[in-house]
Ligand binder design. Sequence first.
Ligand SMILES: N[C@@H](CCC(=O)N[C@@H](CS)C(=O)NCC(=O)O)C(=O)O
Length: 203
Amino acid sequence: MLTLYHSHNSPYVRKVMVLIHEAGLSDRITLITGSGTPLDPATAPLAENPLGKVPVLTRPDGGALYDSRVICRYLDTLAGDSFYPAGARLWDALTLEATADGIMDAALLMVYEDRLRPEEKRLPAFVEGQWAKIMRALDTLEARWMAYLAGPLCIGQIGLGCALGYLDLRLGARNWQASRPQLSRWQAGFNHRDSMTATQPPG
Ligand SMILES: N[C@@H](CCC(=O)N[C@@H](CS)C(=O)NCC(=O)O)C(=O)O
């Protein structure tokens, strides 16, 4: 049995969970709750991941795996290599996954700045710099990636669906959808997948 250290609101964990659902691997994985922050690792599995982050996957016949990119790639090998396309499309899939992860990274830094730093020490320009990264990434997706997003499901769309879900969860008031009608429509459709409804963050 594989064990996944899990946190309900983490977009990186959700990415792994969506892949697990899509790949039909749920029966092979036990979930353990564990999470922390840079200020307090709390229940994060430090022995398995010295970086103190989740997700982490432990295997009976090998070491622990992290981060979400490594875990997803590993799980894909168990599922028959379905979510990383062959040929030239692979590089697009990995770039889309990196873009989605970058959106999550920037959004998480904004959340940490708000939650972990005392108000008088916060740096609004840092927060807005992170938001600018997200805006540029979403504009690029809207302008150049819609044809790819309409294609076969791969790790790129899975990551993006989770990244956009995290924006809605934590930064919804900023309304990223306003000037991105195609991406908004894509997200609305993607959110109907069983894997997405089953992994909806409680908030
Ligand atoms: N690149 C990592 C990022 C994982 C990550 O940052 N997870 C957050 C939860 S959303 C975490 O555990 N943060 C704790 C910390 O930064 O100390 C991945 O893709 O798995």
